[in-house]
Design a protein around this ligand. Structure first.
Ligand code: ZN
Length: 188
């Protein structure tokens, strides 16, 4: 039987939105996030992060440094008894005029949201039923990626607060915990 996931954007959903998170010290979870992810862990849903990290293409951080930031994310969740089933990130950026940049990562990839590549990859890796899965995000790109993958989408007023949104998500909440509570009360 296919599994279901709640896809989570990272910056502005799990941790406080900063222009770039460049070190583990920049990783600051919103207060209710540990509880919210734990509720997902205690449900049939997988908790899977899908995050654009163009800081790598911009040469602000390496993939190794990004891994350390994600270790810190996992460590903070662990203190709340919560965990992530997967973290997918896009390190790319299409056509960047500015410097610095790392040319290895400058490409028109399939993973950078609003493209649904990371969700599709996770669906292959975990045998997910995307139509029975959810995406929670704070930006227009998140919502578009979730819709393209066939997921039910939920917007948050944290982080980018869905700025510029034209095609709204199914629901909008103030916090991840409220979004998770909604999913739990609506699932069959
Ligand atoms: Zn990419």
């Amino acid at each position: 039987m296919s599994k279901r996931a709640i896809f989570l954007d990272r910056d502005g959903v799990l941790n406080v939105e900063k222009t770039f998170v460049l070190s583990p010290a920049d990783m600051e979870l919103y207060p209710q996030v540990g509880r919210a992810v734990k509720k997902i862990n205690e449900s049939p849903f997988l908790a899977i992060v899908v995050t654009n990290q163009s800081a790598v293409a911009r040469n602000y951080i390496t993939e190794q440094e990004l891994e350390r930031i994600h270790q810190e994310l996992r460590r903070q969740l662990d203190t709340a008894g919560a965990y992530l089933d997967g973290i997918y990130y896009c390190p790319h950026r299409e056509l960047l005029d500015e410097t610095p940049q790392n040319r290895d990562y400058i490409m028109d990839c399939e993973c950078r949201k609003p493209k649904p590549g990371m969700l599709l990859q996770a669906a292959r890796d975990f045998d997910l039923d995307l139509k029975a899965s959810y995406l929670v995000g704070d930006s227009v790109r998140d919502i578009e990626a979730g819709k393209m993958a066939g997921c039910t989408t939920i917007g948050l007023r944290t982080g980018h607060s869905l700025k510029g949104l034209q095609d709204p998500p199914g629901q909008i909440f103030d916090t991840l915990e409220e979004a998770v509570n909604f999913i739990m009360s609506n699932r069959e």
